[in-house]
Design a protein around this ligand. Structure first.
Ligand SMILES: [Zn+2]
Length: 169
């Protein structure tokens, strides 16, 4: 595993730190307590003037809870933006890593001619053959293609061409 993949795997899956959670939960708890106190304290008041301080307390409680949630969301947005930037900075390295993995899985021994064939194909081809271009093909050694009952292509004339049965039909 490369460094960037290991870093991504070990990093937390949520963008918030414990401190962010504490602030959000604390603000909501304060808001809830404030609302409950305002509700019970102001509920029994006969006139509006006496109820006003309790109303202010209730509004303040909602504002505190809202501010806590806004901070929580902003912290998450900020963390996602930072990760996005880090990921984009690593994009060339990720592309290179993916390409090297693909190269390794497609690699054949250096002395072997790369011959490819696809699931719907009756012939095998050189990798640069126009008849194989754009089609889903996989490389295999010559004897693998022959065992699969495939014949050599008449356009690119790969190994095995001319051994019989290689007419381009
Ligand atoms: Zn061919």
């Amino acid at each position: 595993m490369s460094d960037w993949a290991r870093t991504a795997a070990t990093r937390a899956t949520v963008p918030w730190r414990v401190g962010d959670l504490t602030v959000m939960a604390g603000a909501n708890l304060l808001g809830l307590i404030g609302l409950l106190v305002a509700n019970f304290g102001g509920g029994g008041q006969a006139d509006l003037g006496a109820e006003l301080p309790w109303l202010r307390l209730g509004i303040g409680a909602v504002v505190v809870a809202g501010a806590g949630n806004a901070l929580w969301l902003m912290a998450g947005v900020r963390a996602v933006a930072i990760r996005r930037r880090q990921l984009l900075e690593r994009a060339p390295a990720i592309r290179t890593a993916l390409r090297s993995v693909a190269d390794q899985s497609n690699a054949l021994p250096a002395d072997a001619e790369a011959l490819v064939a696809g699931p719907q194909m009756t012939r095998y081809h050189r990798t640069d053959c126009p008849a194989a271009a754009g089609r889903p093909v996989a490389p295999a050694p010559l004897d693998g293609h022959l065992r699969a009952g495939l014949r050599p292509c008449g356009i690119c004339r790969p190994s095995g061409w001319g051994d019989g049965g290689g007419a381009d039909r």
